[in-house]
Design a protein around this ligand. Structure first.
Ligand code: NAI
Ligand code: MG
Length: 501
């Protein structure tokens, strides 16, 4: 590709000279066996700043041949025990060092994330980057706490279990929280003693590459972390099909999740999938509306709605529907949409032209289905993939806008009759990632929390997360739980040892 990246324009307003330095370095490379190398094909692709549609950087386009090399490097690093054979305390120190380096470079990483993804810089700086450091800190502690068991046995026997790493892990990540999703997979995989090949999303590869540099600076042995940038078909599918990858951890669309599961059959890889959602936010009549309205608004518009757990279906009792819609629209109108580098900005652009078109299409679909746009609707003037926060009213749970993941700043307010109708409609979806309920009645809240079919339930809040809390889906939102101690199950396997005394 011959386009010259107009870094100066793309990074206009950038405050971190380090971020600019990184962008100026020229085409990025792949990290394989501790060395930065171009793609074997010599191909590159552009990564775009979605706020102004300028090219930010050229990125190496890895494919099967590069994935093969990365897997070889990861396999060697696994089999010679340079990582798994280390004292767990030493692994803890390495992971803490990575966390420290992320914190030390937080301004630069936040800027790269904001430029590449379009999310407000203020949010990248306060959520994505500290959240990534936190994940390394959290899993650093686990490295020395991965216990086996001493099992009850016949007096003539001594039986115990060992919890061992799985081997080479392929990690395929999405573009909505690029550094955080990479950290959420790399940190537990490494804590458990695995080696990894990471394939970041093609829309937002930059912070993962910078993380690769920081991981080298932390002194991890070569080949423990390998990074291959490239597209889904190509780099991504070569990982899911690879006969020498033992496990794939994927976050992204349900559609691709199903393809990965099929591809894994070749060598029966372990698979964990964190997929899409259409999460319900149920607001009961006794809810504290002063809290529920702004929280519901953030719950669906945060990150321009590009959140797997976004609260896109807002259920409101029929009698209070108009009041809720009115308050929601008023509060949302105050949300500033614009330049992600401006501290006042609450909503940046969508990540790509593809997402922009996809979301615009849903705005038409909703209207064709008979829903009304009560606020927002459509793009803003000028360059960049901006879409105004939008609320659909007159929505039924059967409409496509209530059933399909839109992944943009689009909320649907759906009326319900009573509590059982609310729970029925909330669960009437193929997804089950998250759900919320608002009520001042505590026993009602907990009963509904049990009734909701979702991997996460929020009571009187929305979107709260903690690295110590398991996260994952019911139904077609995937399987496996990331974060918390359950993440260790995804990256270890159990060996039973029998000893004759
Ligand atoms: P995607 O599922 O295609 O992309 C996610 C990752 O999978 C990327 O790294 C991509 O390169 C990789 N990938 C794509 N095809 C692959 C294949 N055949 N084999 C292996 N890896 C592959 O998601 P996309 O196309 O960017 O977005 C489409 C929709 O997916 C969004 O509108 C949204 O609804 C959903 N999505 C959900 C996410 C979540 O957090 N659960 C994140 C991103 C997208
Ligand atoms: Mg795709």
């Amino acid at each position: 590709m011959s386009a010259t990246p107009s870094v100066e324009i793309a990074a206009r307003g950038a405050k971190s000279p380090a971020a600019l330095e990184f962008l100026k370095k020229g085409p990025t490379k792949l990290l394989i066996g501790g060395k930065w190398v171009p793609a074997k094909s010599g191909k590159t692709f552009e990564t775009i700043n979605p706020a102004n549609e300028e090219v930010l950087a050229l990125v190496a386009e890895g494919d099967k041949a590069d994935v093969d090399d990365a897997v070889k490097a990861a396999r060697k690093a696994f089999e010679d025990n340079r990582w798994a054979g280390m004292s767990p305390h030493a692994r803890t120190r390495y992971l803490l060092k990575i966390a420290d380096l992320i914190e030390a470079h937080a301004d630069e990483l936040a800027e790269l994330e904001s430029l590449d993804n379009g999310k407000p810089l203020s949010q990248a700086r306060t959520i994505d980057i500290p959240g990534s450091a936190r994940l390394f800190q959290y899993f650093a502690g686990w490295a020395s706490k991965i216990y086996g068991e001493t099992n009850p046995s016949d007096p003539s026997m001594f039986n115990y279990t060992l919890r061992e790493p799985i081997g080479v892990c392929g990690l395929i990540t999405p573009w909505n929280f690029p550094l955080m999703m990479a950290s959420q997979k790399i940190a537990p995989a490494l804590a458990c003693g695995n080696t990894v090949v990471l394939k970041p999303a093609e829309q937002t590869p930059l912070t993962a590459l910078r993380l690769g540099e920081l991981i080298q600076e932390a002194g991890l042995p070569d080949g423990v972390v390998n990074i291959v940038t490239g597209f889904g078909p190509g780099a991504g599918s070569s990982i899911s099909e690879h006969p020498d990858i033992d496990k794939v951890s994927f976050t992204g669309s349900t559609e691709v999740g199903k393809m990965i599961l099929q591809a894994s059959a070749g060598n029966l890889k372990r698979v964990s999938l964190e997929l899409g959602g259409k999460s319900p936010n149920v607001i009961l009549p006794d809810a504290d509306l002063e809290q529920a309205v702004p929280t519901a608004m953030n719950g669906v518009f945060f990150n321009s709605g590009q959140v797997c757990a976004a609260g896109t279906r807002i259920f409101v009792q029929r009698e209070m529907y108009d009041k809720f819609v009115d308050q929601f629209a008023k509060a949302s109108e105050r949300m500033t949409v614009g330049n992600p580098l401006d501290p006042k900005t609450r909503l940046g652009p969508l990540v790509s032209r593809e997402q922009f078109e996809r979301v615009n299409n849903y705005l038409n679909v909703g209207q064709q289905e008979g829903a009304k746009i009560a606020m927002g609707g459509g793009a803003t003037e000028g360059k960049g993939y901006f879409i105004k926060p939008t609320l659909f009213t007159g929505v039924t749970n059967r409409m496509r806008i209530a059933r399909e993941e839109i992944f943009g700043p689009v909320a649907a307010a759906i009326p319900f009759k009573d509590e059982s109708d609310a729970v029925f409609q909330a669960n009437d979806t193929t997804y089950g990632l998250a759900a919320a309920v608002w009520t001042r009645d505590i026993s009602r809240a907990h009963k509904i929390a049990r009734a909701l079919k979702a991997g996460t339930v929020w009571i009187n809040c929305y979107g709260a997360g903690d690295s110590s809390m398991p996260f994952g889906g019911y139904k077609q939102s995937g399987f496996g739980r990331e974060n918390g101690r359950h993440a260790l199950d995804l990256f270890t396997q159990i060996k039973s040892v029998y000893v004759k005394l």
